[in-house]
Design a protein. Structure first.
Length: 257
């Protein structure tokens, strides 16, 4: 998420707690007093909020899907890498039918070792796994310069595919649960609680003019859930019996939108 966009949104929200015209003149015109259409400015800011909310919603969906499929993706990429290393090891054994390749014990054992290393990879320690995978990628790059490999397009294709799968494994290993938590913190919208009351009428007019705008507003309402979450954090942490009543109050306030 762009800190510039979110920072601009916070400044706009803070500015709209006072008169929109005064804020715009002070920020853009240096307080010279140029006239401005306040309604037009509100429309721009609401559209800005809706687009950011839509972006955040899509981002959370993508990250959630990646987390859900993490085990499956890791296992698939790992299986593909391991299988290719085993095949290359067998290829250089000289016993493979129809290969017509000279036996190379050194390369055979080297690919066997790589296959074993890949098979033992685990992503529980993402930093360690990432370093091991980077070493494997660099090793595959170095081995491409060998004469026996450089003149075989099929082997080079195998190595290229393996590097691609290893790269995907690195990306997969760095998708962690705390990424969603970070997105939630960055996209927090609780500071705009009072500001959003001024936009109810504008939201309703948008829906009347173009029902398709509901798709953008849906993401905006989901973003506004942080308005409900923020006041409940401390209450929940101290196990207060007021949690239910406070939650019901803020829920009813959100329903008014």
């Amino acid at each position: 998420l762009s800190p510039v966009c979110l920072g601009s949104l916070r400044r706009a929200a803070s500015g709209l707690s006072m008169n929109a015209k005064q804020w715009y003149q002070r920020r853009v015109h240096g307080g010279k007093g140029e006239s401005i259409d306040s309604k037009s400015r509100q429309q721009q800011i609401l559209l800005f909020i809706m687009k950011i909310a839509q972006y955040e919603w899509k981002m959370k969906e993508i990250v959630g899907k990646l987390l859900k499929e993490k085990d499956e993706r890791w296992a698939y990429y790992k299986r593909e890498c391991h299988g290719r290393m085993v095949e290359l090891s067998e290829y250089f054994s000289g016993d493979k039918p129809l290969t017509r390749v000279k036996k190379d014990i050194a390369l055979q054992k080297w690919f066997q070792k790589l296959a074993s290393t890949i098979e033992n990879l685990h992503y529980q320690n993402s930093t360690l796994a990432g370093r091991k995978i980077m070493r494997l990628i660099n090793a595959l790059k170095d081995v491409q310069d060998f004469h026996q490999i450089d003149e075989s397009l099929q082997i080079k294709q195998f190595l290229g595919d393996t590097k691609d799968f290893l790269t995907k494994m690195i990306r997969t290993v760095h998708v962690k649960d705390d990424l969603l938590a970070t997105i939630n913190v960055v996209s927090d919208f609780s500071y705009a609680w009072e500001m959003m009351r001024d936009y109810v009428g504008l939201m309703q007019s948008y829906i009347k003019a173009d029902p398709a705008i509901v798709l953008l507003l849906r993401a905006t309402f989901l973003k506004m859930v942080s308005i409900l979450d923020q006041p409940l954090v401390r209450i929940s942490q101290c196990n207060s019996p007021d949690l239910v009543s406070v939650s019901a109050f803020y829920s009813s306030e959100l329903v008014k939108f």
